[in-house]
Ligand binder design. Sequence first.
Ligand code: NAD
Length: 436
Amino acid sequence: MKITVVGTGYVGLVTGTCLSETGNEVLCVDIDMDKVKKMQQGEVPIYEPHLDVLFERNINAGRLTFTTSLQEGLDHGEIIFLALPTPEDEDGSADLSYVLGVANQIGKLIKDYKVVVDKSTVPVGTAEKVQAAISKNATCDFDVVSNPEFLREGFAVDDFLKPERIVIGSSSERATELMKKLYKPFVRSGNPIIIMDEKSAELTKYAANSFLAAKITFMNEIANYCEKVGADVDKVRIGMGTDSRIGKRFLFPGIGYGGSCFPKDVKALYNSGKEVSYNFQILDSVIKVNQNQKIALLPKIKEYFNNNLNDKSFAIWGLAFKPETDDIREAPSLYIINELLKEGVNIKAFDPEAMNNVKKKYDGQIDFANSMYETLKEVDALIICTEWSIFRTPNFSKIKDLMKGDVIFDGRNLYDLEDLKKENLSYFSIGREAIT
Ligand code: NAD
């Protein structure tokens, strides 16, 4: 099939590449000329495990191409995916200007039948708005389909190739059949393609992300309470998670959720509720609790250093909002860095993939190291913000030798308390006993 993907970010590029992997001819459109140039030269513009291999293979086979021309894109594909940003607007609602901006142009540019697919995460009613925007100018038939994306950064390729489910919101039989044909190779193991109306599909994505954000936030509150009463959240987590109604996943406490999806999606659903006079009380709490959780390590750090952080030197391990990505959008590390800079702390940070993105934000304000150990020379404390695998079993003797201080503040509960007790290090984590 001939497919066009508009927007080549984490979702668009993975979508385009994976669709070309099953033999489709995919043309990706982006307005970012530098990015398109890089991709045309065979360079993957983001870090996403396994993407490079598929990317190269399909470019070499001529099935994956790139352009900055929307006209060229619309001439090429029968199915047009919109994988455009839907960032948080000033009032917390989803900014639809990218999606509707492109939809406005599509009507003028299409010459024959197209299925226009909303792959971006968008509020209920957006498919109708896209339909109306295209209709204003269109002189040929088209259908608008809602097909929310559930991939996770860091596992995006695997998630796209083997999705647990595909949700298609459509009221057109013709469009639905085309979508089913496109996705058939990805559900050979029997995972479902779930067909529903557009509004329910749109809401499915927000409901799923908000539920997961609430699950994490609930566990963070249990962790905070554990600290007050001397319980161990790790034990509580394991005790709870064995109940199959609860499940083991998404119960790990820490310094809050971040990323390009959960924060903005929870706020967007909360705001969509307000528009119809519905007050999502749970989401209101989730947003507030998570905001505080991102800086949950700070009171512990301040107390340890008797409220005097000025001119202290701290190492930070992990900057990305989660492991296996270079994405730093809404990363808890940034909130901690901002607070520490205000207090006059000198920071030396390391992240396996996200340092370039952080450098752009904090030009000259913090230092970066080439390895996790290099951050530690002469620092007063180590702060861990992201649970990259390489941080899980460090050489503690080396840590002690390199550091001036002897304290670790761990926002991701990476280490076993019993192990740490043997190491002669002070250790503060989330929802567990402090070792001093
Ligand atoms: P992104 O910011 O990484 O990428 C968006 C891309 O769109 C950029 O390359 C940008 O240059 C391009 N773009 C902007 N305006 C354009 C235009 N007019 N024409 C062509 N290209 C244009 O975004 P993302 O993370 O891929 O997210 C896209 C959508 O998918 C969002 O709605 C997001 O909520 C949703 N989503 C994201 C994830 C994720 O893990 N990142 C997962 C599921 C759903």
